[in-house]
Design a protein around this ligand. Structure first.
Ligand SMILES: CCCCC/C=C/CC(=O)SCCNC(=O)CCNC(=O)[C@H](O)C(C)(C)COP(=O)(O)OP(=O)(O)OC[C@H]1O[C@@H](n2cnc3c(N)ncnc32)[C@H](O)[C@@H]1OP(=O)(O)O
Length: 359
């Protein structure tokens, strides 16, 4: 499936919020893709040669020929998404932002009102985490740990929070073959999860939509998790021939008890936001229609609390667990390194890639 109608509507809203003019060439491209996506191929009469503006628009639209509406919609969403990161869309930003970071391909990052916000920004891929995104999240967290903010928030752009590990990560095989790939992936995963274990400030997830795989397991390392009632929480590890990561083999039984943790991590039970809240994984659930407003009101109030007191309180709570969490992370990565070479895992990934299986 290509970009959904919701992705398209989000993209239309984002365009209105672009703070910098993307230039005529890009605007024409956006116009043409929009018309093609909503009306199909251009069948309007060609404007006269002196009607420069309308002729340029007509030319751009007409140049798309018989491009299917769906493809145009998808390309429109992709184009807006790339503009949002390079031209700093304000759609994810509350008024009065005092600092925005560019230089991320897969994320948007802003600092305002004492809050650093890191937004997963691959909406057409349901915010699946590719290798670039793992690297960028680590870089963003390191920057956030040192900036002026008192808390850090992770959220997703579009209809998903994140669909977890990008399964195409498994297709980029180095010269050393699949064994080397599995080894490198285990090293990357360990370093990635370590960043969450060691993050020094309050870390909050605003789960705006469905969450899958590693985007769910990591929540056990967050200090608060706010969820839209549209969000779901799914860890289909056995279905994928894989095993838990993100320290969830330790945090989930602790948070929700071993029976519920087994339902999720071993049998792949998908939880609604309310079930996740009842089981202690989610702090509070909000109606989707008021999610952003209510969550940001709450976060802004938290950000006014004395930052050092919050940081030290987190440190006191986390310190007694840190050594254990690092050991669990190392063990989970080592087990996964083996699983990634198993037929169970390779078949599951190849089924996804050949579109035989979606969750
Ligand atoms: C360094 C390595 C570390 C490894 C750490 C391990 C982590 C474990 C995990 O995270 S396990 C979880 C892995 N995730 C999944 O199995 C989810 C796979 N995705 C799906 O099943 C579906 O895409 C969906 C249910 C999330 C959404 O379904 P829907 O029908 O609404 O949308 P599409 O399937 O059409 O998706 C739109 C496009 O996005 C691509 N995509 C979505 N998720 C992923 C993904 N996880 N990996 C790769 N690509 C993904 C999908 O292929 C579509 O792309 P296209 O438009 O180009 O076809």
């Amino acid at each position: 499936m290509r970009a959904s109608q919701k992705d398209f509507e989000n993209a239309m809203n984002q365009v209105k919020l672009l703070k910098k003019d993307p230039g005529n060439e890009v605007k024409l491209k956006l116009y043409a893709l929009f018309k093609q996506a909503t009306e199909g191929p251009c069948n309007m009469p060609k404007p006269g040669v002196f009607d420069f503006v309308n002729k340029a628009k007509w030319d751009a639209w007409n140049a798309l020929g018989s491009l299917p509406k769906e493809t145009a919609r998808h390309n429109y969403v992709d184009l807006v998404s790339s503009l949002s990161s390079s031209l700093e869309s304000s759609s994810q930003v509350e008024p009065g932002a005092d600092k925005k970071s560019t230089g991320y391909e897969t994320l948007m990052m802003t600092l305002e009102d004492g809050i650093t916000k890191i937004v997963f920004n691959r909406p057409t891929k349901k915010n699946a985490i590719n290798t670039k995104m793992y690297d960028e999240i680590m870089r963003a967290l390191k920057a956030a740990s040192k900036d002026d903010s008192s808390l850090t928030v992770l959220t997703g752009n579009g209809d998903y929070y994140s669909s977890g590990n990008d399964l195409t990560n498994f297709t980029d095989i180095p010269p050393g073959g699949v064994e080397e790939k599995a080894k490198n992936s285990a090293i990357l995963l360990r370093e990635f999860v370590d960043c969450f274990i060691d993050f020094p400030k309050p870390l909050i997830a605003a789960v705006n939509g469905p969450a899958v795989g590693i985007s769910v397991t990591l929540l056990g390392l967050f200090d608060a998790v706010f969820a839209s009632d549209r969000a779901t929480f799914h860890t289909p590890f056995s279905h994928l021939g894989q095993t838990p990561e993100g320290c969830s083999s330790y945090t989930f039984p602790k948070i929700m008890g071993p029976a519920k943790a087994t339902e999720m991590l071993v049998f792949g039970k998908k939880l609604t936001a309310r079930e996740a809240c009842t089981n202690g994984l989610v702090t509070e659930v909000f109606p989707d229609s008021t999610f952003q407003k209510e969550v940001w009101t709450r976060l802004k109030a938290f950000a006014k609390l004395p930052p050092n007191a919050m940081r030290i309180s987190k440190e006191v709570m986390r310190n007694s667990e840190k050594e254990k969490l690092h050991a669990v992370n190392a063990e989970e990565c080592s087990v996964l390194q083996g699983r990634w070479l198993s037929d169970e895992c390779l078949n599951a990934v190849s089924n996804f890639l050949s579109r035989k299986a979606r969750l």
